[in-house]
Design a protein around this ligand. Structure first.
Ligand code: SF4
Length: 367
């Protein structure tokens, strides 16, 4: 494909091939970051990140066997199990998250799928958190259509359900649910009109082809996920992946940049694994088009950089937390999002917010 043409005029493609993803992923590093920046600046303020806070509302004893997860009941990781949290406690956590600057509050439960008796409690949590003026996101495992509708009626903004890895590598990581199960849940979420948050984990011992495959699956969904978390494996002792070799950070940055290029309107979230990344790697991820982070000390059960460290880093980089009106979080179908993005681009060009775009001359003839 002609990456220069595409970067000049990116489109929402849903028929990416492995070879095209590979071609982008394998560009010389400086070219890759340049194209990722060009596309990022068309649709987003390059100096803003969206911030979410994540709370585990039900921890451990999960019947699924995800090989990376300390919450799986199949592995002994020494994690203390907790029942579903009380609504008041969740609301108090959400209030604190709001005070420290988060705009979205994500609630995660270690379930195969929500049980009938638990779902009404979660619906109440969503209503209460939303009433604080925060966007809401939950991750509860597999959903059927009716459960997705109930979540939508409660006012849920985002549902997180990751593909984790490529179709080919998937059975090395999870055997208790299929790739198709995941795609079905995401379809129910989309059908209900809830924004999709879906991404994956790299550094799980997969090959480069699997990273291309994961990115291709995400970009070839009927709509690009509104939010794409890219996680670096946190190898937890007691899980089958405890001794897996650490992924080269440059490979991680390439994954972020490729996600930015092939899903130009999605928020790309720099997710788990940030605690182990130095500031330089994180800065490269922002340069590659990551524009969303988790803010707070914990990601479900693994550590996250503390908020002071985050604030210092963002300050050093001149990056501000994104502020937006909660009413903007309503689900938009792709055509509406594209026209909104084009309007935004016109406004940005008019006000010269992203002036480097206008100045760019394409002299680079990357293959
Ligand atoms: S990733 Fe989710 S579904 Fe898989 S074991 Fe962990 S909590 Fe359960």
């Amino acid at each position: 494909m002609d990456i220069i043409k595409y970067a000049q005029n990116p489109e929402l493609k849903h028929d990416w091939t492995i070879d095209q993803v590979k071609q982008i992923f394998s560009l010389p590093f400086n070219d890759l970051l340049f194209y990722a920046q060009l596309i990022h600046r068309r649709f987003f303020n390059p100096n803003e990140v969206q911030t979410s806070t994540l709370l585990s509302i039900k921890t451990g004893a999960c019947p699924e066997d995800c090989a990376y997860c300390p919450q799986s009941g199949h592995y002994n990781t020494g994690l203390s199990k907790e029942q579903l949290m009380a609504i008041e406690e969740v609301v108090a956590n959400a209030q604190r998250a709001k005070e420290t600057g988060a705009t979205r509050f994500c609630m995660g439960a270690a379930w195969r799928s929500p049980r009938e008796k638990d779902l009404p409690v979660v619906l109440e949590m969503i209503r209460s958190v939303k009433a604080l003026g925060l966007e809401t996101c939950v991750t509860l495992g597999m959903l059927d259509g009716d459960q997705a509708e109930q979540l939508k009626d409660a006012g849920l903004d985002y549902y997180n359900h990751n593909l984790d890895t490529s179709q080919d590598y998937y059975d090395k990581i999870i055997t208790t649910r299929t790739y198709q199960d995941r795609l079905n849940t995401l379809q129910h979420v989309r059908d209900a009109g809830i924004n999709v948050c879906s991404g994956g984990i790299v550094g799980m011992g997969e090959q480069q082809n699997d990273r291309y495959g994961l990115l291709m699956e995400l970009a070839n969904m009927p709509e690009h996920p509104q939010s794409v978390p890219i996680n670096m494996l946190v190898a937890v002792e007691g899980t089958p992946l405890q001794d897996v070799e650490q992924l080269d950070p440059i490979e991680f940055v390439r994954t972020i940049a490729t996600a930015r290029i092939i899903m130009p309107l999605s928020y790309v979230r720099l997710s788990a694994g940030r605690e182990d990344m130095n500031e330089e790697t994180q800065a490269l991820c922002f340069m590659a088009g990551a524009n969303s982070i988790f803010y707070g000390e914990k990601l479900l059960t693994t550590a996250n950089p503390d908020q002071d460290a985050d604030r210092n880093l963002l300050k050093k980089l001149g990056i501000n937390p994104e502020r937006r009106d909660i009413s903007e979080s309503e689900h938009h179908h792709e055509s509406e999002r594209v026209s909104a993005a084009i309007q935004l681009r016109k406004a940005d060009q008019a006000s010269e917010v992203n002036t480097p775009m206008a100045e760019v001359k394409f002299t680079n003839a990357a293959s």
